[in-house]
Ligand binder design. Structure first.
Ligand code: SF4
Length: 464
């Protein structure tokens, strides 16, 4: 179908709009939703007024997810009244969790589609056109979303899902409830997808799983010699020509086993960055969260990883104000943050997710207490982030250019996943070498330089 108006559904526009609310898995699914719609001839638009199908791809992990969903649906209601043939689809984790409640509250929603049902999207939209509101929130995955056609947001980077669901039961987390137990893809399927991406010019992949480093655990019996492991997957992706950067998220610290660390150290295309979620530095709170490690253990794992890969950048997630968190518990978090010297941290003020065990814990903290602790933590981490970035001034690093940034600069990423602003004219998707000359808590700046000779030789060896 051309980008112009079509005669689809009796004269409506043939265009779709997707609004993505949440995490990387959510973004990955949005790329698949777009791919499925485009395989049927739809084209994208950024204007809801012009859209025949509007998909709200929700995320139950983010704060106020419900409010955002019903706020967005409220905005769409007058549009739907004016253009009754517009189709409104609610997808993602909230669709899986709230199911029929969504259409009960917002009867103008045409399709509620859960996280396992994406392959049925077109059939549901057509059925809604014919028979009225539809819902598919099945609780099993027949086709991995990765196997669906995709319209990727980037030409040089791709998300590759290696597993869905999670077998852990962290008490604050909604994922096990909405995505179910872990289900891994076969290693052959994953490698075939990455080979295909490399042929299309993708140079960087991020392997995605809710608990990515337990990949393969569900595929065979625990002691089976043929059971694929995450370390093996990393090494296999590392062999694929054309892929120059490999990232993965999100690992659980407990499952960051020696074989994974060793595979990272020995695989030249696996980037020197890990996301290593701490959540709390208090053993008492970690226990209440059902996180299986304690603060000292966490720090010793981190030391082991940095010993194996000294350049490793480490980012983390921290929740402040978990129910019952005392000042002493919080002091434990501050101590671990000082000791760990994270490059960056995603800090969250605890807010209950209905349906999770912690959601019904009684000893909630006053907002002012949580805010004050949160501010102290952010201040500490900003200082550490700035110090970590200052240590890099004068280094010459390889960056992958992402596109235009602010003030006419380019935006790029180092292997350590640092945001780098740089001057110069380099097309998006290209690699360049930059000498870092300015540090800030959340980014670095640098100037374009010639590639060091040793690096040119290494790249030539990789692409030969
Ligand atoms: S490991 Fe991660 S996805 Fe799984 S329950 Fe815990 S926080 Fe949620």
């Amino acid at each position: 179908m051309a980008a112009g108006h079509s005669t689809r559904l009796g004269g409506v526009t043939g265009r779709y709009l997707i609004s993505t609310f949440g995490c990387q898995m959510n973004e990955h699914d949005s790329e698949r939703i777009a791919g499925v719609l485009e395989s049927d001839g739809y084209v994208s638009t950024s204007d809801a007024e012009d859209a025949e199908i509007v998909v709200l791809n929700t995320c139950a992990i983010r704060e106020n997810a419900d409010r955002r969903l019903y706020g967005a649906l409220g905005h769409l209601k007058p549009l739907k009244d004016r253009r009754p043939r517009m189709r409104i689809v609610v997808a993602g984790c909230l669709a899986q969790k709230d199911q029929g409640a969504i259409q009960a509250k917002a009867p103008w929603v045409d399709v509620v589609i859960g996280t396992h049902a994406l392959p049925s999207l077109l059939a549901l939209v057509r059925a809604a056109e014919r028979d009225g509101p539809q819902m598919d929130v099945r609780e099993y995955t027949e086709v991995f979303p990765s196997a669906l056609p995709a319209r990727r947001g980037s030409k040089h980077h791709a998300w590759v899902s290696v597993s869905v669901g999670c077998d852990n039961r962290c008490t604050f987390c909604i994922v096990p409830l909405v995505r179910g137990p872990q289900l891994s893809r076969s290693i052959g399927d994953i490698l075939a997808e990455v080979h295909g991406l490399a042929r299309q010019g993708v140079v960087e992949v991020t392997l995605l799983g809710q608990n990515v480093n337990t990949y393969g655990r569900d595929l065979t019996a625990p002691d089976s010699p043929s059971r694929p492991r995450f370390a093996e997957l990393l090494r296999a992706v590392n062999e694929i020509d054309g892929i120059r950067r490999i990232r993965f998220t999100s690992p659980h610290p407990h499952d960051f086993t020696d074989d994974v660390v060793q595979a990272m150290a020995e695989s030249d295309r696996v980037c020197e960055h890990i996301h290593f979620p701490l959540q709390s530095g208090s053993d008492r709170v970690l226990r209440a969260m059902k996180r299986s490690y304690r603060a000292e253990r966490y720090l010793s794992w981190l030391a082991r990883i940095r010993e194996a890969v000294p350049a490793m950048a480490v980012t983390t997630d921290i929740i402040v104000g978990f129910p019952g968190e005392t000042e002493e518990d919080f002091a434990g978090t501050m101590r671990v943050v000082e000791a760990a010297r994270f490059d960056a941290a995603f800090t969250f003020q605890y807010s209950p997710r209905p349906g999770t065990p912690a959601g019904s814990y009684p000893n909630r903290l006053p907002k002012a207490v949580v805010q004050e602790r949160f501010d102290r933590l952010v201040e500490l981490q900003e200082r550490i982030s700035l110090e970590r970035n200052r240590e890099l001034i004068g280094d010459v690093v390889e960056v992958l250019v992402e596109g235009e940034g602010r003030k006419g600069n380019l935006k790029a990423r180092s292997r350590t996943n640092k945001l780098v602003h740089m001057s110069g004219e380099v097309p998006a998707g290209s690699f360049a070498w930059v000498e870092l000359d300015e540090a800030h808590p959340h980014h670095l700046a640098g100037r374009l330089v010639e590639a060091p000779a040793a690096a040119v030789a290494a790249v030539a060896a990789v692409v030969a």
